[in-house]
Design a protein around this ligand. Sequence first.
Ligand code: GLN
Length: 308
Amino acid sequence: MLPEIMDFQGILDDINAQIRPLLGTGGRVASYIPALARVSPHQFGIALRTCDGQEAAAGDSATPFSIQSMSKVFTLTLAIRSLGETLWHRIGREPSGSPFNSLVQLETERGIPRNPFINAGAIAVADRLLTQGDAKAEILGLLSSLCGDSIRIDPEVAQSEADTGFRNAALANFMKGFGTLDNDPSHVLDVYFNQCAIAMNCLQVARAAGYLCRDGAHPYDGSPLISETQARRVNALMLTCGTYDAAGEFAFRIGLPCKSGVGGGIMAVVPDRLSLCVWSPALDPTGNSHLGRLALELFVARTGLSVF
Ligand code: GLN
């Protein structure tokens, strides 16, 4: 089918109709963050925005949810923009093949996280942003500019993360012990917990991710946010590391750069074509949205869109 004549609204409506009967039939909402455990799994949203500004949305696409680890794409973007290649002195670019909150590799690899999307890597990115200035304000400013709405942090989720984030505290202290963190771990964790607690809806995320399908150009004003090469690299990292130890399976079944969060969101990029976001809170054992993944599979099967 030619891209110009794809009826994206019809496609998303069909996917919504296929997914809704499955709500509540598989996966479990994240229970280790109490504020997320209270979210109803009976929700599904999907939205996209094309490079020429066409939008489509279906289901619970206007319901705000916790973006969690999807925030890591935007903090990485800020860090790449301000630090360039030096960012990679203390963060790797290899898939971890381990759960997102694993401590094991960090010990054997002496405080250098495998990639910026596992928790240790995102905490290291937050550290760099904190060294540069007011990280929380920078992140909210970027997201608000990218989607055209005022974006905020859900204070209840942020507090819940802080109250229960013992593994993240361990990761931050571990890196501090290895000398790979500049700032006080508690200050770095405050940035990290707050970025994870940002609330957005599917349409806002689809809009905000628009620079990744536009070679790094801002989705509304076209100004260069990051370079074309940098945007390509963010997409490459999303494909190889964005869904943790399920990244191989996502590449195999979906074939798009994706980034998930334990709030149940997954954002995906079709370079030069569109950015999209799906959301359904129940997660599979790898911490990725169970029905979000299925919806992406349906989208790719229906449209034939893939980077391969
Ligand atoms: N806030 C979550 C955590 O730190 C983010 C993890 C995720 O979304 N994969 O555990």
